[in-house]
Design a binder for this molecule. Structure first.
Ligand SMILES: [Zn+2]
Length: 247
């Protein structure tokens, strides 16, 4: 079985902005990649000329697909939860959906936001962290959502869970305290693909200049916090698949 990496996000553009370099890097290393995004981003303040939420959702689904193509993501999924309202959803149902995707794609490594909500501290980012964390643990247990376990679907416990993190904060934002970086991934030349994938989100054009400036100022790296692991190692890492076996 090949190595597989899954990323669970809240909005189209999160995949590029917070995980794009690692997605592209591991794609290059023949790791199969999957992004599951909980909302189509219909509440964004940048509307891209859309007349209503439904139209913006349709635009952003297409932009997500274009970004996934640039990042060579093998499987891109946008679910239909309401943007900006993840804290008001039925958590048992959201975790059910994520558990099913984990059992289907069967990643060894799962990435998501930290519970602080990433650099922006967005409520949806905090909630996706909680949902993905519980799904990571429950997907491996036969007594969680047992009705999913048919047609060849079996429990699946991934080997590592990481939260996206950083060693800096954004100016003019409410203060956050991030998870400590334990893995520093050198994305090297794939910084360009990350920026290009972010710019595939045309409706979010007003965000581009600050994002690009920020990315070019930082070292060519993405940082993660190892939140759960099947091994007890706490070594500083430079590879998300360090110590992972191909099961
Ligand atoms: Zn977001």
């Amino acid at each position: 079985m090949p190595l597989r990496l899954m990323v669970i996000t809240a909005h189209p553009d999160d995949e590029a902005g917070s995980f794009g370099g690692s997605l592209r890097l591991y794609g290059e290393r023949k790791v199969e990649t999957c992004v599951a995004c909980l909302t189509p981003g219909q509440a964004a303040s940048n509307r891209g000329g859309a007349k209503n939420d439904q139209e913006l959702a349709a635009i952003r689904r297409k932009e997500f697909a274009a970004a996934c193509e640039i990042l060579k993501v093998n499987r891109g999924i946008v679910l239909d939860y309401p943007d900006g309202q993840l804290h008001r959803q039925d958590s048992y149902k959201v975790i059910c959906d994520l558990t099913r995707h984990l059992r289907e794609f069967r990643p060894q490594v799962l990435l998501t936001f930290g519970p602080e909500g990433g650099l922006t501290g967005h409520t949806d980012h905090s909630m996706v962290s909680v949902f993905a964390t519980v799904a990571f643990h429950w997907a491996g247990r036969a007594n969680r959502y047992p009705d999913q376990l048919q047609g060849g679907i079996t429990p699946h416990l991934a080997q590592k869970l990481y939260y996206s993190t950083a060693n800096f904060t954004l100016p003019n934002r409410p203060p956050i305290v991030s998870s400590a970086p334990t893995a520093c991934i050198d994305i090297g030349e794939f910084l360009e693909a990350k920026i290009a994938a972010f710019k595939a989100h045309t409706s979010q054009g007003p965000l581009w200049p600050r994002f690009e400036e920020n990315m070019r100022q930082r070292a060519r790296q993405e940082m993660f916090h190892l939140a759960a692991s099947s091994s007890s190692s706490i070594a500083q890492e430079t590879d998300l698949f360090a110590g992972v076996s191909e099961t």
